[in-house]
Design a binder for this molecule. Structure first.
Ligand SMILES: [Zn+2]
Length: 430
């Protein structure tokens, strides 16, 4: 539990965006978390930065020029002119056009990018961006409330200095956008723990998705059933991550902390407490590898705020009181006004011990197939993102951009688009 240098990236404007009335994604949660972080005094334990805003050029390191150009130009006023493009880019319902959309993407993406740069320069050991973690965004389109994939862009920056980057995702949904981006490379291992089955969004993440070509065995999926509690989650999380560390030996980690895996989430169906969720974060912190920590899903605002505030305290290794400090948002936390309210478990844990043991063994058997600590050659290190601003666009061999991917994207869309979407949980559970 050595002391770590923690950098925290927060743009005070990022909480002011609105996806629209009734939409479950509420950027306002970021203002609430920041207020709790300040009032607990956690700002004294870390460096706070107002982050860089990502440019269209930064975003095009992963996304197509046409898609980013569209995001830059579309507004609620001119949306009629883009009618044809909306469905093409999967923008409209789940991923609405709202005021300042591109600015919002610039803020959360720039924070992840700057976090990766600070880690690369050894300016910190841990970089936190609660506004990031939008893991569903695809190269050519928006998906599941995500427009620009800040995680992929952050990992691409880390790959300039790191031979192997590990991605860990504890959101209730499969980290499909990140997995797809790095499906063919052995330089990034993606590990996602998520609800799978009954058409739960996004529909991917079966344990048999293991990567392809050079990336075979470098995608790890842990499909879980509803109602998983702290003890069961830990039973699978700890051995899987220990085995991944042993076989892959990453030199940098990106941890996506989606809080929709908490009990009583508006969209999720797991039964984790903030302590159980935080245990995973603490465990990754104590692996002593430079780590970019990002947010993600989380749709019961008061619980997301509790969770990421608590996890900030774990990352800076500071014990904080269960009694919440006074903030302008205190009424959100009635009636208990605590950091760790009792978890009321509303659904049975459908994950048997045997089921979890079987997945853990399957993952272990696959990991054994990769060469122990492959010696990936360091390539010439390209310049840092902010300086390297010429418009020449190199093909990046570590990002998956093949025709096969395009085909797969279309196929996935047909397969899953019409079914459930993130917001209609009632339907999903029948
Ligand atoms: Zn999610």
């Amino acid at each position: 539990m050595s002391n770590k240098r923690v950098s925290y990236f927060y743009n005070p404007d990022v909480g002011n965006f609105h996806y629209g009335t009734g939409h479950p994604m509420k950027p306002h949660r970021l203002s609430v978390i920041h207020s709790l972080v300040l009032n607990y005094g956690l700002n004294n334990k870390m460096q706070i930065y107002r982050p860089y805003k990502a440019s269209a050029h930064d975003m095009c390191r992963f996304h197509s020029d046409e898609y980013i150009d569209f995001l830059q130009r579309v507004t609620p006023q001119n949306i009629q002119a883009f009618t044809k493009h909306l469905s093409h880019y999967n923008v409209g319902d789940d991923c609405p056009v709202f005021y300042g959309l591109f600015d919002f993407c610039s803020m959360y993406t720039g924070a992840s990018l700057e976090g990766a740069m600070k880690l690369n320069n050894n300016d910190c050991d841990i970089a936190i961006n609660w506004s990031g973690g939008l893991h569903h965004a695809k190269k050519f389109e928006a998906s599941g409330f995500c427009y620009v994939n800040d995680i992929v862009i952050g990992i691409l920056e880390l790959l300039k200095y790191h031979a192997r980057v590990l991605y860990i995702d504890i959101d209730v949904h499969h980290g499909d956008g990140v997995q797809e981006a790095f499906y063919l490379t052995d330089r990034v291992m993606t590990v996602s723990f998520h609800k799978y089955g009954n058409y739960f969004f996004p529909g991917t993440g079966d344990m048999y998705e293991i990567g392809a070509e050079s990336g075979r065995y470098y995608s790890v999926n842990v499909p879980l059933k509803e109602g998983i509690d702290d003890a069961s989650y830990w039973q699978v999380f700890k051995p899987v991550i220990l085995n991944v560390m042993d076989f892959f030996q990453p030199t940098a980690i990106v941890l996506q902390c989606g809080a929709d895996s908490l009990a009583n989430d508006r969209l999720g169906c797991f039964s984790l407490s903030t302590k159980g969720h935080g245990e995973c974060v603490k465990f990754v912190r104590n692996l002593n590898v430079p780590t970019l920590v990002v947010g993600g899903g989380g749709y019961t605002l008061r619980n997301v705020a509790r969770c990421w505030t608590y996890e900030t305290s774990l990352l800076v290794d500071e014990t904080i009181s269960n009694e919440l400090p006074y903030t302008e948002y205190l009424e959100f936390f009635a009636p208990d006004f605590t950091l760790h309210p009792d978890v009321v478990i509303r659904r049975e844990n459908a994950n048997s011990r045997q089921y979890l043991e079987a997945i853990t063994k399957y993952v272990y058997d696959n990991l054994k197939m990769i060469q122990h600590s492959p010696s990936v050659q360091m390539q010439d290190i390209p310049g840092d993102a902010f300086i390297d601003d010429n418009k020449t666009k190199e093909e990046d061999p570590d990002v998956r951009i093949s025709q096969e991917l395009e085909d797969k994207t279309v196929e996935a869309k047909n397969e899953f688009y019409d079914g459930d979407k993130d917001h209609d949980r009632e339907e999903m559970e029948t």
